[in-house]
Design a protein around this ligand. Structure first.
Ligand code: DAS
Length: 379
């Protein structure tokens, strides 16, 4: 049975082992995952006593496990603790601590959990004793691009926060989870990654949180960085950072979450031929403060949707036009000034789901159309 497990912090990799029947399918799946981890890493695990002695001087890396395919086996989900035990040789790279935030498919992660995650990560980096060199968030791949961008916008610290997962479950042949996790540990302790911020690491590629996007339903190379390309790669011999993320002020978040208990409601609505204004009106009735249109081309919608959007703006709702094409820009200043107090602007190169995150955060600060436009130009 798959169930959430409450958060707690444990030390690894010298973690106590959990005994399960070798004849159960769950135990078999977990055993297979561990075996795959060994094969992928190409090394046998060091004895536990040596692990503890050798790890004392190594940097600490904190793993926050949330679930997703990386944890999935047939009929069960591995815990973060079990995931890190599948990484032979990790004890020569870092001291791992692990915390279970949830154990769910990534579609089940809530906005309240985002707020908690961001605060928790900043708290970890502010610990006076033994703060982690980096944090790894194991996460379902379906929405990891959203979580990575949210963290990119809200973390005060620039230290590495690596969102990773797997396209193949822990019990599938060729499971990619152990390699992704091991590469994330290697990146977290890399001296050049100290200010890399929130990134996605999948399939040996380090992608900026802002641009990372899932573009395939099942392949291990499902992720790209739209318009930006990877920041670097995790090769077998070394982690190589080929370029730096855009400069930012470390210590100050782009959006301060202090005092926030929830985020403004922002809906994404798809444009397609024949779409009427019903969904736009429903969003307004549901209390949306913002609407992001997954528009055709460079920001187009149907006449009926455009009319409903005019009414939404007249009611003070901010409207952002992004593109459903998956690449390219909708000019931020393409909105025009008329139509009501609600802003109308383009999403730039942000996909609809990323534009929604930026609009939610922007609306915590302002509803002014010019200020919103400025935020979209600079984030
Ligand atoms: N199970 C999906 C999710 O949690 C997919 C995945 O993790 O790859 O997002």
């Amino acid at each position: 049975m798959r169930a959430d497990r409450p958060g707690r912090v444990v030390e690894g990799p010298g973690l106590g082992s959990r005994v399960s029947s070798p004849f159960s399918s769950q135990a078999f799946s977990k055993g297979l995952f561990l075996l795959l981890g060994l094969l992928l890493a190409g090394a046998a695990p060091a004895p536990a006593t040596a692990v503890q002695a050798d790890t004392l001087d190594l940097p600490r890396v904190h793993v926050m496990a949330t679930g997703g395919t990386i944890s999935n086996t047939e009929g069960d989900r591995l815990t973060g603790e079990e995931l890190i035990r599948s990484l032979p040789g990790v004890d020569t790279v870092a001291r791992l601590t692990v915390e279970q935030i949830s154990n769910v498919a990534s579609g089940a992660i809530s906005l309240e959990q985002w707020l908690q995650m961001a605060r928790r990560i900043d708290d970890l980096f502010s610990e006076s004793e033994d703060p982690p060199a980096g944090v790894i968030l194991t996460h379902g791949t379906d929405t990891m691009e959203e979580t990575a961008y949210f963290l990119d916008l809200t973390l005060a610290q620039c230290r590495p926060v690596i969102v990773t997962g797997a396209m193949r479950t822990a019990s599938m042949l060729g499971a990619d989870g152990p390699a992704n996790l091991m590469n994330s540990v290697r990146l977290a302790v890399h001296p050049e990654a100290r200010e890399v911020g929130a990134v996605v690491l999948m399939n040996d590629e380090i992608l900026p949180g802002r641009e990372a996007a899932k573009v395939h339903t099942s392949r291990t190379n499902a992720f790209v960085a739209h318009g930006a390309g990877p920041l670097g790669v995790a090769d077998p011999d070394s982690v190589v950072l080929e370029r730096s993320p855009p400069p930012r002020t470390c210590g100050t978040p782009a959006f301060d979450l202090s005092g926030l208990e929830s985020l403004p409601r922002v809906e994404v609505i798809h444009v397609h031929l024949g779409a009427d204004g019903a969904l736009v009106r429903a969003a307004v009735e549901a209390g949306a403060q913002g609407i992001v249109m997954a528009s055709v081309g460079r920001g187009g919608s149907t006449p009926a949707q455009s009319e409903a959007l005019q009414q939404a703006r007249a009611a003070g709702v901010a409207v952002v036009r992004s593109s459903r094409t998956g690449a390219g820009r909708v000019p931020v200043g393409s909105g025009g000034g008329e139509g009501g107090p609600g802003a109308l602007l383009g999403a730039g190169d942000l996909t609809p789901q990323k534009a929604r995150i930026l609009l939610m955060l922007a609306l915590t600060r302002t509803e002014d159309p010019d200020e919103l436009r400025q935020i979209f130009r600079t984030h």
